[in-house]
Design a protein around this ligand. Structure first.
Ligand SMILES: [Zn+2]
Length: 142
């Protein structure tokens, strides 16, 4: 949109303000202006939500259990207990107590700090068969 068009629209809006409140043209212009404002608000909200979602995903990925590199049923690396992974921008509900939380510990990404502190560490050794074969979830040997 060029600047001449912008000035034309602004002049038209100035003229529309002088119209009576019940004038049909004024109502159409008011509807269009309101739609423009709401569109801008929605885009700002989408941008803010996107930034917050990415920041929260980075915090959750920094936990041992929420890491995208985590391999299921393999012991997770030991980290100092209580070391926070970060602070969420949007509160989540704890998987256990259902309370909202924003501070995330280094181990559990789904638990509030209180529940994470009262949960035994999920570090388990990889089960193996006596015969030296690898354990598989289906019970067979490889
Ligand atoms: Zn909790």
């Amino acid at each position: 949109m060029d600047s001449e068009t912008v000035w034309t629209v602004l002049r038209a809006l100035g003229e529309a303000r002088r119209l009576p409140l019940d004038d049909p043209d004024r109502r159409w212009i008011a509807h269009a202006a309101l739609a423009l404002v709401r569109d801008g608000q929605q885009r700002h909200k989408q941008d803010r939500d996107h930034v917050a979602k990415e920041a929260d995903a980075a915090v959750l990925a920094a936990t041992a259990m929420g890491s995208p590199d985590r391999v299921i049923d393999v012991p997770i690396s030991e980290r100092p207990v209580g070391e926070p992974a970060g602070e969420l921008r949007r509160a989540r509900r704890c998987y256990v107590c259902k309370e909202h939380f924003t501070r995330v510990g280094s181990l559990y990404h789904l638990l509030c700090p209180l529940c994470a502190a009262s949960t035994p560490r999920a570090v388990r050794p990889v089960p193996t068969c006596r015969g030296g074969g690898r354990w598989s979830p289906g019970g067979g040997r490889r």
